[in-house]
Ligand binder design. Structure first.
Ligand SMILES: Cc1cc2nc3c(=O)[nH]c(=O)nc-3n(C[C@H](O)[C@H](O)[C@H](O)COP(=O)(O)OP(=O)(O)OC[C@H]3O[C@@H](n4cnc5c(N)ncnc54)[C@H](O)[C@@H]3O)c2cc1C
Length: 398
């Protein structure tokens, strides 16, 4: 086992850090205030090579350690997780397409999700509905078979990049009697397909630079070739489900375990930002003629913050390595890392506010924003309760 980063990885880390420091930190507060989508920053990231299909292809396919992308994401989210999500939110629909799509679909749609360096685009993954969040099996968006394709009807909520994306991966039910095993994913393009539109744009507590919105599908026709994985695969899956097989669950679970380290590393980035800021502040701030870092009450808090941040990162890196090396997630190690990182980000940013005292609560300092940004990491991509459920089921062998 080797914990050292390679020279190439240190370079990647430095590259991302410099971008975060120069292009993200200075504008993070403004985007948090206005809740506008940070297109100019995404465009600069595309220009630099930090945004685009190539980044995923290069960092994921040719990286046996699995750490390259998490290292980059931690740095970018150290800059601002809202802008980080604007840059990396497209990774989620991409993962879904690469997990279940055909090679032709991947070749055609994956580059399109990101657009070009000159004209970057984003993509969205639409599963959640008003009555189906954690309980994905209850979703009601319907896909009906028609001549030459499918017609989709339903309302998706809370979709990251929903409606501003061109490519949307939409999960719908094709056979409601089969629950989650009767679902399929569809590629829906706002530019090519009629009947998809953005609904309400959400106003949020944190990650406010990231766009979150309702996506409405009204008699939205998509041709056969936009059924993710193709008809044959769907037919055989449905046939097996009708025969009582539960296998889709295990494939989906593995996909989640693989993508969760890529969410966890974002939360680690926020925690580290808060830790660094709090340490620096505690060295400079004096009360009763003494720098507060010298009080054990403050020093111990900082020690705990450092400990938890490192522990979260180690779990993230282990799960990322397991994903890259095809290891079985027997203890739901992907869920473990996401759970630990999300809860650590909330705890560490809250402690950072405490270390700053009243200044921590004031918007002139970035810590209150990091606290608001951190909270989403215990909610989306599976709430903390759902992660605990998955881990406990894995332990029980259920
Ligand atoms: C900013 C943001 C961005 C998002 N981006 C996307 C996106 O891009 N695409 C997408 O499809 N969705 C997205 N989501 C949706 C997100 O994944 C869901 O909100 C999340 O899965 C929780 O679902 P819910 O809100 O319906 O809560 P519910 O499922 O209603 O849960 C409510 C509470 O009950 C708990 N709970 C539920 N079931 C159980 C159980 N079995 N055991 C114990 N506790 C339980 C939950 O943990 C939670 O505390 C986003 C949400 C937000 C806020």
């Amino acid at each position: 086992m080797d914990f050292a980063l390679s020279e190439e990885q240190k370079e990647l880390q430095k590259w991302a850090h410099e971008f975060a420091e120069k292009e993200i930190r200075p504008v993070a507060g403004a985007y948090d205030e206005t809740e506008e989508f940070p297109w100019p920053v995404v465009a600069k990231a595309a220009e630099t090579g930090l945004y685009g299909f190539d980044l995923y292809a290069n960092t994921m396919l040719a990286d046996p350690t699995g750490l390259n992308l998490p290292l980059i994401m931690e740095e970018i989210c150290w800059g601002c997780a809202g802008i980080g999500l604007a840059i990396f939110g497209t990774g989620l629909p991409l993962s879904s397409l690469s997990a279940a799509g055909t090679q032709e679909q991947l070749l055609r749609w994956a580059p399109r999700m990101f657009g070009t360096q000159q004209e970057p685009k984003v993509a969205a993954f639409c599963v959640t509905e008003p009555n189906a969040g954690s309980d994905v099996s209850s979703l009601r968006t319907k896909a009906e078979r028609v001549d030459g394709g499918w017609v989709l009807n339903g309302t998706k909520i809370f979709a990251t990049n929903g409606g501003i994306a061109d490519v949307h991966i939409v999960v719908a039910t094709v056979d409601p009697t089969l629950g989650i095993r009767g679902q399929a994913s569809f590629i829906v393009s706002r530019e090519e397909n009629q009947g998809i539109r953005q609904g309400k744009k959400e106003k949020k507590l944190g990650i406010r630079a990231s766009h979150t919105a309702e996506v409405i599908l009204e008699d939205c026709f998509v041709p056969d070739e936009q059924l993710v994985g193709g008809q044959e695969k769907l037919d055989s899956k449905l046939e097996r489900a009708r025969g009582g097989s539960h296998e889709r669950g295990s494939v989906a679970l593995r996909t989640f375990e693989i993508t969760r380290p890529l969410v966890g590393c974002q939360a680690v980035g926020i925690a580290r930002a808060a830790l660094e800021f709090a340490v620096q502040y505690a060295k400079e701030r004096q009360t009763f003629g003494t720098p507060i870092v010298q009080y054990q009450g403050i020093g111990f808090q900082l020690a705990d913050m450092a400990l938890e941040t490192d522990a979260a990162r180690l779990l993230v890196h282990r799960a990322a390595w397991m994903a890259a090396n095809g290891q079985p997630f027997t203890k739901a190690e992907g869920s473990m890392c996401k759970l630990k990182a999300g809860e650590t980000a909330v705890r560490v940013t809250e402690q950072a506010i405490q270390v700053l005292g009243g200044y921590g609560f004031i918007k002139d300092f970035p810590v209150e924003k990091w606290y608001r940004d951190a909270k989403i990491y215990t909610l989306f991509e599976g709430t903390s309760e759902i992660q605990r459920l998955v881990i406990s089921r894995a332990l029980a062998g259920a």
